[in-house]
Design a protein around this ligand. Sequence first.
Ligand code: 87F
Length: 729
Amino acid sequence: MEDFSDMKSSADAAVAAIDFSSNPIIQRLDALSIPHATYSHVPSMTAEELVANVPLPGGGSESHTKNLLFKDKKHGLILVSACTDAEVDTRELAKLLKLEGKANLRLADEATLLEKLGCMKGCVGPLSVVNNVEKDVRLVLDEGLLNKARVHSHPMRNDASTALAPSDLMKFLREVDVEPVLLTFPKKGDAPPAKSHSTKPTIPPKPKDAPKAANKDKKQTKKGETQLALKWSKSENFAMWYTDVIVLSEMISYYDISGCYILRPWSYKIWELIQDWFNVQIRKLGVENSYFPMFVSRDRLEKEKDHVEGFAPEVAWVTKSGNDDLAAPIAVRPTSETIMYPAFADWIRSHRDLPLKLNQWSNVVRWEFKDPTPFLRTREFLWQEGHTAHASFDDANVMVRQALDLYRRVYEELLAVPVVPGYKTEKEKFAGGHSTTTVEAYIPVSGRAIQGATSHHLGQNFAKMFDINYQDANGETQLAWQTSWGLTTRTIGVMVMVHGDDTGLVLPPRVAPLQVVIVPIVSKHCPLSTLSSYCDEILKSLEDRDVRCKLDDRDIYNPGWKYAHWEQKGVPIRIEVGPRDLENRQVRMVVRFGGEKVDVGFDDLAASVIAKLEDVQSSMLARAREFRDDHLVKVTEWKDFVPNLELHNLVLTPWCGGTHTNWEEWVKEKSREESLTNRGEEGEAATAATSVAAKTLCIPFEQPELEEGTKCIASGLPATCWILWGRSY
Ligand code: 87F
């Protein structure tokens, strides 16, 4: 939001500040990075009251708006937004708009305002058109507004105004697919008639069907349910679609430091649900939570050379406090091995102190230079990092695999994303350790793989550097064996990419902040008071069974708007309650994944909802797995390798061994060359987030049979295993 300190003088000093962060118009402006200043003032029902109550700092160079929603049988709905001093004469307007045939413009009633623009009387402004999901309101904009320095529109409430430059208003309208008709309205007391300057000066008769969304792929459902908010479809522009989904679903807000994002409650709650599950599981393995400082001295960070090598450019340093240089710069943790292990060395004396199993939930900072992507690659992210010390290689190995299996379960059982567990090659493993295991996921549409989480066997490398040794039962000094393992908020991005659709998020029930939303179908004939006690009863019956549930009884939004809103946020089940449902003691249950709609009697409701949530959870995994499996192809000859990458496939090939780093490099280079040649391109940008080259993802634990005499796809040497390749994030 812009600085709006200049509005303080004009707003009534007694008016309390409002939190606008959940206002859909403000959110949309922010999502589009459109500068605006939103401020509160005394409630003002009419344009005249506004002018009297809220004088503008720029005087005549700024204007509030006067807004009139007209309804005409033949020509449909027309919203006029004009300068407050404009003369809006209904009969003149029909002429000005050159409305074909007989026009009978009448002011729309409040129910229509609410239904079409999501606003109560006195709260409409040109920005309200964003709520017209059916796109059946035509906007007529006074050209006089465009000559102002700033235009002030109510953000759906008449105790606040949003000021923005006319060019930004036009930008907003373009972004929400509204093309206004521009008219010059006469000023009060002026003689000359208004002129129309629009490229489309007349308003054509209302079409039989509401105009289709800009995006023709978008589904059109029943009246009031059309979801037009996403600007991009998943298949049309995956990157833009992703941004659209995470912003409009209120998961992410952008921030003014590149690579840093705000995790809003809708995504943070998902993280908390993952944390809750994970904490229960690690406790069963004897792992305890703890917290270590976020700063690390240079000496400590660089103690294990292999560990920082290659990572050094990503380390962020604090060099000053206020204006003074620190005596020595300190690093912000990119990971905590070097922070935790000196303490391990202190605490571990005897074999009786082992195993030591600690976990911490924290943020880490890695100053990446590749293009950032929210959740997937960010400069600060949240994670858990587990660090353990054991008396034997095998004990450490068990821990590594237990942690990795928890990661597999987070993806598969919570996020409904199938993963391939396996070993990283020598080239791809964590250099500071003995071996790295990983779970690898597949992102549809982009056809890329992504590392889901890793679990490392650190061997005794760190123990040597940090003197983590203990007296064994025979009194001999031994070095400890260690593991470390991490799972990050990347999980959330992977889940969004795998399951989201052209309407927005689709959340697996186990991680959905809300599993059910109840929407009362209020109307002129059926006010909320008629439905609310039945709705409360429904809410209670679900809450009693621990279903995460909410009753959306807000009166500023109509049911259609709420359907679209919660669909976009991916809530697994919507329960619609109308007068007929009340009468029959039933509800309508609408399922986000698959779109099923069924009537369910109240007595069966809780059981049906719980069964449906479980069904959705397993169906989402099954569908994602089927899709992934369809894109996981065995290839035994090089000629088929790149063509399969081009088909967005992951490729499983015979391989001469995980230590053959040179041949791995060869595949990477060769696949890059062939892919670029296919595209007629010469190179890739160093900052590009992704590459066309294939990387090894893992040597899957689960190996298909390898026939005698099978050759490595690259070297032609005898193959020792199958290895999984893909383009990756
Ligand atoms: C960036 C800067 C400095 C990754 C870094 O995977 C150091 C590092 O050590 C670094 N980026 N790593 C590897 C992290 C290894 C390991 N740490 C505990 C994990 C899981 C959790």
